[in-house]
Design a protein around this ligand. Structure first.
Ligand SMILES: [Zn+2]
Ligand SMILES: [Zn+2]
Length: 444
């Protein structure tokens, strides 16, 4: 069965706080290293990036593109037998900032277009509406979420809007600071056009299952990468071989609605959205409540006892994703909606190797060597972590590395330190006793 890992929300070097390494050539290369077969172009509203996309990409299937072979780059340490072919889809992120129902709203959305010609039309329309598209790869638009959706659908009904990282406190549709309590409240009569949301790093599918209004909406996961190594840290998983823009959007839509009845008549080549790769939500930067500067991290229960006031500085706490999910949830934990899909929580391979060796840095010589050997054997990082039989790894990886991958696949976390107010959390696959032992082994 042909499995495709997809990352549909990334950025270019033209977006704020993004690595200058994010070029089209490098994104293509790093998708192969990560094992991603499908990636969004990112930042298609940016004039310079858009010009580069038009120059360096060529059509590859209906509504999809690939890097022209003259631009293809190689990494000498990445030597798989066969490499993933990377498909690009026209996808970007925008920030809508506007007043709605007497409140200032700041909401990020991913938008997708069926081809570069449509992107051109979208960019022209946004320009006319006063969007400063050259200022940032993720531009600020002074139009409402609903008007944005209307605008792209009027240009081409195949365009799709997916609310981005929906729980992030500051910039999301359900954000505690400037969001809404429901999709309906935001998009009103255009709500039926929203068939997918992006769950973001700080929430995973079970947290989203607690919101009954999300039943029927497909939960997608993408990296929102600001640097090359972050590509694919969250991803969608598709199966099938008929890859096209319409096929991808139809697969995403169908996944959230009615799970197709599998019988012998089903065309197995037809693309299906079968699940997601997730961060452990604790590891996300806004899982718990707290204050970064005050080094205060609190569970929703602790914050509620403190009436959401920081015990150190007396100001209001930044309310994290878990708290906000609790607030909007209308369903108990551990209840799976009928259309829920499987998911796997991963940590990145270099972090896993650091834990296996009991070191804090991710860039030691040993980790770097192992990283390149393992991604080459596994034909990419995601296929290695997800699919490679462990018994095949014996000759290439240490026992502790294999044990770490085994635990990761089973979701066996020894300790989770939740992220808060912009600080990433930590996931330990080994318990403190095992960690002490491995440190001693390194020292002596
Ligand atoms: Zn965003
Ligand atoms: Zn504080």
């Amino acid at each position: 069965m042909n499995r495709i890992y997809a990352d549909l929300h990334i950025h270019s070097r033209y977006a704020r706080a993004c690595s200058p390494q994010l070029t089209v050539e490098n994104i293509d290369l790093w998708c192969r290293i990560k094992g991603l077969g499908l990636v969004a172009t990112g930042d298609f509203t940016h004039p310079k990036w858009f010009a580069e996309l038009k120059e360096k990409l060529e059509p590859h299937g209906e509504g999809l593109y690939r890097l022209k072979s003259t631009y293809r780059r190689y990494e000498p340490r990445f030597t798989p037998v066969a490499e993933t072919d990377v498909h690009f889809i026209c996808g970007t992120e925008v920030a809508c900032i506007y007043r709605h129902n007497d409140q200032t709203r700041r909401v990020h959305h991913c938008i997708f277009a069926p081809n570069l010609e449509t992107v051109d039309k979208i960019n022209k329309a946004l320009n006319t509406r006063g969007g400063k598209l050259a200022a940032d790869g993720r531009p600020i638009l002074g139009i409402s979420s609903k008007d944005l959706l209307k605008l792209i659908l009027e240009i081409d009904s195949r365009c799709v809007l997916v609310p981005a990282h929906i729980w992030t406190p500051w910039f999301a549709i359900f954000g505690s600071k400037s969001g809404y309590n429901s999709i309906q409240e935001c998009f009103e009569d255009l709500t039926p056009h929203i068939f997918a949301v992006e769950t973001g790093l700080s929430s995973d599918p079970p947290m989203n299952w607690r919101i009954s209004s999300l039943d029927g909406i497909t939960l997608t996961s993408h990296s929102d990468a600001h640097s090359l190594p972050n590509l694919g840290r969250e991803a969608d998983i598709f199966e099938g071989s008929e890859l096209s823009y319409n096929g991808i959007m139809t697969a995403i839509k169908n996944a959230g609605q009615q799970n197709e009845i599998v019988d012998e008549k089903v065309n197995l080549n037809k693309l299906r959205f079968i699940g997601t790769i997730e961060f452990f939500p604790d590891e996300g930067r806004y899982h718990f409540d707290g204050h970064r500067e005050c080094k205060i991290s609190l569970s929703p229960e602790q914050s509620s006892k403190l009436k959401n006031i920081c015990p150190k500085c007396g100001r209001e706490l930044t309310i994290g994703v878990l708290n906000r999910v609790n607030e909007l949830s209308d369903r108990a934990k551990n209840i799976k909606p009928a259309t829920s899909l499987p998911y796997t929580s991963l940590i990145e391979l270099d972090k896993l190797l650091a834990q296996a060796y009991g070191v804090s840095g991710r860039h030691t010589k040993k980790i770097t060597n192992d990283y390149w050997q393992l991604v080459s054997i596994g034909r990419g990082e995601l296929p290695l972590l997800m699919d490679m039989p462990l018994e095949k790894l014996g000759q290439y990886a240490s026992e502790r590395t294999i044990e770490a991958i085994r635990r990761l696949r089973l979701g066996q976390v020894a300790e989770a330190i939740p992220g808060y107010d912009g600080v990433y959390g930590t996931i330990h696959l080994f318990n403190s006793e095992e960690r002490i032992k491995s440190k001693q082994a390194v020292l002596f």
